[in-house]
Design a protein. Structure first.
Length: 554
């Protein structure tokens, strides 16, 4: 049975202990709750059958935690919700521990006794939970955001910046595991998996045990047809620290969507956090966890600097180095000896278990999804063009123009709609724009544009994938729009409204000038091409929801 980590127990035991009794329960119901956490584990697919987990303070009469989980989720979800109720209560009350909790399920009672044995909380069984019965219909949630520990924040950011500059995903796949031996803060060894070689999401997973790493990969690989919410549950079962790198364009805010950009004009935000089967995902770090991050990332940075040229053959070589890292704990003048080493045998084992290719497409005969069409550093914007703007582009002699294809139902050309059209703007440098236009022409032009749902089982994220279908029938990834991101969701909503008004007509505009003062707002002289196309639903193109599958890249 899993238990809460020593870090978490110490952290929770430092909180005030109330004299109140909390009621906890798990109920089957059809959920339609307007709350982030209520949808957090079921996804955003609307009302759906699942279990509601609820923790209520019986003395104060307030809801401290609510979550919706799939019915098949294990009892660990009860602990995750309880930890949230203690540390991050959802009704505006202060963090605190209960004196006693009561549940109406014997199995849950025994599970909680084992998982919470170091928290000094009485766990009792009762036949009925009247407060839970009365309160299910009137729940409100407010999830506060957590910050990094102030004393460690500068060092955390500094070491994260060093890893970002190292860009280990350029030479390490996620199967090529590194071991960082700390022997400190109750952690012997961290097992590092690098994400980013697929170019989708950049980050490091620092597993607290090799078994957790292997089990997660087995769960992902053994369930290729799992739904997004099932994969999110697998994601929450990991036992690791994590850091995600979120590239953002410094000083650039296009009208509706952010830019997809790379160096040199690149800013990065860092997302630190922890995953544990009994805690779920959290972004607030204990002091020991923050110190662990600093030491591990610094050791990795030194390792990458020392062995960068050799790491191209990582999976075939056994490499190790020892480094003396200053202890970042306040008032400490000691240094720690940290060993970093490769694990070629583990890498070979993981690669053997994995497909030999990254497959983003449906395996049942669909052509593979191409992700190298849109140039790196491009600015991607969803916008609209009026009829006069479209007419100006059609008439411009320097703009390559592809007219709307004839309607499939008849032989006559489609009549342009009278309303503004939704427009996909791709702005890059002039040489790259010229090359992109020529590539699209060579592929038979743009046949259709589509938004197709997708998910990433590694990160647990859900998104809409913008796809271009070219005349040769192939599909090309344009951009991913993340569910839950207000900017992305607003842009998609505006696009959908414009699509209806334009009767399914859209335009793809290729422009230069991404490095000038008109970034995100190209002038007529910057426009290189106008492709008119149809917006199609996924089923019209025989597309299934996309699931990002990770595999070896030899």
């Amino acid at each position: 049975m899993s238990q809460l980590s020593p870090f978490t127990c110490r952290r929770l035991n430092q909180l005030p202990k109330l004299m109140s009794v909390w009621e906890g329960d798990r109920r089957r119901l059809t959920a339609e709750l307007d709350a982030p956490m209520a949808l957090g584990e079921l996804g955003e697919e609307g009302p759906e059958q699942g279990d509601c987990i609820l923790w209520v303070d019986g003395t104060q009469g307030v809801v401290r935690a609510l979550s919706m989980v799939p019915a098949e989720t294990g009892p660990e979800a009860m602990v995750r919700a309880l930890v949230q109720a203690i540390e991050r209560p959802q009704s505006g009350v202060e963090p605190a521990r209960p004196r006693k909790i009561v549940v109406r399920d014997r199995e849950i009672q025994f599970f909680l006794r084992g998982a919470l044995q170091n928290l000094d909380i009485d766990i009792e069984y009762v036949a009925r939970l009247p407060l839970v019965d009365d309160i299910l219909d009137s729940l409100q949630i407010d999830l506060p955001e957590s910050d990094l520990p102030a004393v460690y924040a500068p060092a955390l950011v500094k070491t994260a910046e060093a890893i970002w500059r190292d860009a280990p995903w350029e030479f390490l796949s996620e199967q090529e595991i590194l071991a960082v031996e700390l022997n400190c803060w109750e952690i012997e060894t961290l097992y590092i998996s690098v994400l980013g070689m697929a170019g989708v999401e950049y980050g490091l997973l620092l597993y607290r045990s090799l078994n957790s790493l292997k089990q997660f990969r087995r769960d992902v690989l053994s369930r290729p047809d799992a739904s997004p919410k099932e994969m999110q549950q697998v994601f929450l079962e990991q036992d690791c620290l994590f850091i995600n790198f979120e590239p953002i364009e410094a000083g650039l805010q296009p009208p509706q969507l952010g830019a997809v950009a790379t160096a040199p004009n690149l800013a990065v935000s860092y997302d630190f956090g922890s995953l544990h089967p009994l805690e779920g995902m959290r972004s607030d770090l204990a002091d020991e966890e923050a110190a662990t991050f600093i030491v591990a990332l610094e050791a990795l940075h030194r390792f990458f600097t020392k062995h960068h040229s050799r790491l191209q053959k990582f999976a075939l070589e056994s490499i190790e180095s020892r480094f003396r890292i200053p202890n970042p704990m306040p008032d400490s003048s000691t240094t720690l000896t940290v060993k970093v080493r490769t694990l070629p045998d583990i890498a070979a084992e993981l690669i053997q278990e994995t497909d030999a290719f990254v497959d983003l497409a449906d395996p049942a005969g669909l052509p593979p999804l191409q992700d190298d069409c849109i140039p790196e550093g491009s600015i991607i914007v969803l916008t609209q063009h009026s009829l006069s703007q479209l007419a100006e582009l059609r008439a411009a002699s320097r703009v390559y123009y592809q007219a709307l294809s004839p309607s499939p139902q008849g032989g006559q050309s489609a009549s342009p709609a009278a309303s503004p059209w939704p427009v996909l703007l791709v702005q890059t440098t002039r040489p790259k724009a010229q090359l992109l236009v020529q590539q699209l022409r060579d592929l038979g032009g743009v046949e259709a544009f589509c938004f197709n749902p997708g998910s990433d089982p590694i990160s647990g994220s859900f998104f809409q994938v913008g796809l271009l279908q070219t005349g040769d029938g192939s599909f090309h990834l344009v951009h991913e729009y993340e569910k839950g991101d207000p900017t992305d969701e607003r842009a998609l909503a505006l696009w959908a409204k414009a699509e209806v008004k334009s009767q399914g007509c859209c335009a793809i505009v290729i422009a230069a000038g991404s490095s000038g003062i008109h970034r995100g707002r190209p002038r007529l002289r910057d426009i290189m091409a106008l492709f008119e196309a149809r917006v199609k639903a996924p089923h019209e193109l025989d597309l299934e929801p996309l699931v990002l599958r990770y595999a070896a890249d030899w």
